[in-house]
Design a protein around this ligand. Sequence first.
Ligand code: SAM
Length: 243
Amino acid sequence: MAQTHFGFTNVDESEKAGRVRGVFDSVAKRYDVMNDVMSMGLHRVWKAYTVAVANLKPGDKVLDIAGGTGDLALAFARKVGDAGLVLHTDINEAMLRTGRDRLLDAGLALPTTVCDGEKLPFKSGSFDLVSVAFGLRNMTHKDLALAEMCRVLRPGGRLLVLEFSRVAEPLRKPYDWYSLNVLPLMGKLIANDSASYRYLAESIRMHPGQAELKAMMQSAGFGHVDVHNLTAGVVALHAGIKC
Ligand code: SAM
């Protein structure tokens, strides 16, 4: 059986999705508060930047993969209006349910579907924009997932991948210390779950950096890929255009 990584641990490929499910089942209820605390609110800025780069028009069709508690889906839905479509999807029912409740509280009833980013149940060429925020690093076969995201886009459509990346060298040591020590401690204090937040920090280290992810997107069929470093590379937004 082929091996992959779950944080710093090697596991059989067949085990990873189940372990990731366990993490997000466990954190779903406290996910939003933890996001604000851990990033000191910065995830809102990174997502607002993503929405600005998306530059959606009324009527656009958008697929949000690994949409979790719905931050991007909510912002996108306001841009595309009633003439457009935003599909809010995730592999994890607990995250999706928390997100759907938030969207309903905000007055939005979006189509919400459980789906795996590695096997998208949509026809080729269906969307103007596909987004995946902080989801790709949890997927077992990232190359397959990127190829699927490319397939469901129309020619000229765009993929936005917002994800943790490689921080600039001078910040590496303090950032490593913060993420490998402080995040699990915050997880324990706020969500009574240090293991999930240790996985989060470890999975960031194992995720491809800016140049590697750009090359993977090009191999998956994106003719042009721009990389936007945010907060000194703590996070990067990769924007790819389907050939
Ligand atoms: N996009 C949201 C955000 O930015 O706040 C949620 C990000 S959360 C860190 C990662 C999400 O990826 C989880 O909701 C998890 O269930 C989802 N996920 C993990 N593996 C997935 C897969 N193979 N397909 C779709 N979603 C997946």
